[in-house]
Design a protein around this ligand. Structure first.
Ligand code: SAH
Length: 418
């Protein structure tokens, strides 16, 4: 069968007549529990907790903690200003604090959370991938990207991920643990510091002191809604005005999920208008059961209903993520079925972001061809669903979607530093 004849196949009925090309899943076995269900990890394995940090606390709790450390409560605000507006945890820079207690105060309120193990750059310095070691040796990554008019940071919310999606390198590595609120925030603070120092693309000689991360995507390691409370506390701190928080716009924050339906419904009631993205990747349960193991709990229609509810409650247009995998989920009839399911629920509430699959180690799957990709996008657009192919950054440094995983090389580098 040629590509073009496959493209012309329309509708599920037609597709049944034409045998689907399904790559054999050699090199990949879905982990199952005793009852034969795909193995999913929702609970974070118990490990030593990261030290409590100012960014884990509410404004009142910060004041209390400073008092416990034997200093007047107003010092909390000074520390917050250093952290959230100057992006520093270095006592030497905090000359407005009493010299005698400065070290102790900073050690108690701003303990080190992320040790930089490695930094990789591409796109002439406009894309930077950081590898961080957490206090217990767990490794996570963030990716910083300069675009015209905005700077986006792709943050991790868990060390590893328990959702086990077969095409995602992080998913295949399993869940190490949830990240704390402050560990999530610290990724942004460190990125802001680097930007202010002129470390992200642009001209070194220019003044970068007013620039900072404008957009956050929870598309690094982890399933953000499986670490709901800490992620939401982090979001609240991101949007809190400086110096209590980072003073970011909720609209610039994208929470992306495999589709944990009860958590999506809860998110819709938070009254924080973040951008919501659902990683759908297939419009039919038959295939999605295989691609997204969590589909065994919440089906395509339930996930789409929850996404629609998010739109209804918040007025925010939602995004559907769709990694195009050659001969797996890129059939024309699947584009049509996706459009049909989205249009059934309403118009103007959703847009689709297909992205050609990024290669992951030992994966048997590859990205769809350009022709098939274009046809998929065209069909959705023709059906009235705004669809734009997502730009993918950082492939050369294994920093693109689904490629974030700590390698043995990374572990060796981290061990050498420890
Ligand atoms: N757990 C969350 C967020 C992390 S992944 C989620 O699943 O949404 C961010 C996006 O990258 C998701 O849409 C995910 O499905 C996608 N992704 C994962 N592996 C990929 C790969 N190999 N190529 C392209 N996109 C991928």
């Amino acid at each position: 069968m040629t590509e073009s004849s496959r493209i012309r196949t329309t509708g599920p009925a037609a597709a049944q007549k034409t045998p689907q090309v399904r790559p054999r899943t050699e090199g990949w076995t879905q982990k199952k529990d005793e009852s034969g269900r795909p193995l999913l990890q929702f609970a974070s394995p118990k490990r030593g907790k990261p030290p409590v940090h100012l960014a884990d606390l509410t404004v009142d709790e910060r004041v209390e903690k400073v008092k416990e450390l034997g200093l007047p409560g107003f010092r909390a605000k000074q520390l917050s200003t250093h952290y959230f507006t100057h992006y520093t945890s270095d006592p030497a820079e905090m000359t407005d604090l009493p010299a005698a207690q400065r070290e102790e105060l900073v050690a108690g309120m701003l303990p080190p959370l992320l040790t930089e193990v490695r930094r990789l750059e591409t796109d002439k310095g406009d894309t930077i991938k950081f590898l961080w070691r957490l206090h217990d040796g767990a490794l996570v990554e963030s990716v910083l990207m300069r675009y015209p008019g905005r700077i986006t940071l792709c943050v991790s919310s868990q060390a590893g991920c328990g959702m086990n999606c077969p095409f995602c390198a992080t998913g295949q590595a399993g869940l190490t643990r949830n990240m704390s609120t402050a560990e999530i925030i610290e990724q942004i603070v460190r990125a802001n510091r680097l930007i202010a120092e002129g470390g992200l693309g642009g001209k070194k000689a220019d003044d970068h002191s007013m620039e900072r991360v404008s957009n956050i995507v929870f598309m690094g390691m982890g399933e953000p809604l499986a670490n709901y409370k800490r992620v939401m506390d982090a979001v609240r701190t991101m949007v809190a005005p400086q110096p209590d928080g980072l003073g970011m716009s909720a609209r610039g924050i994208t929470v992306s999920t495999v589709g944990l339906v009860p958590a999506i419904r809860k998110l819709a009631d938070e009254n924080i208008p973040v951008t919501f993205a659902l990683s759908l990747h297939a419009p039919d349960d038959h295939l999605r059961d295989e691609l997204i193991p969590v589909n065994s709990r919440w089906k395509v229609d339930e996930a789409l209903d929850a996404a629609y509810n998010y739109y209804e409650k918040t007025g925010r247009r939602v995004s559907i993520e769709y990694a195009l995998i050659k001969d797996m989920n890129d059939h024309a009839w699947r584009a049509d079925l996706l459009a049909e399911k989205l249009n059934q629920r309403g118009h103007g509430w959703v847009h689709v972001n297909p992205i050609p699959l990024n290669p992951t180690p030992e994966s048997v799957w590859t990205a769809s061809t350009r022709e098939v990709t274009n046809e998929f996008v065209r069909r959705l657009n023709d059906a009235g669903i705004p669809t734009t192919l997502r730009d993918t950054r950082g492939k050369e440094i294994d920093g693109a979607c689904g490629q974030l995983v700590a390698t043995t090389e990374d572990e060796d580098a981290a061990a050498a530093m420890a």
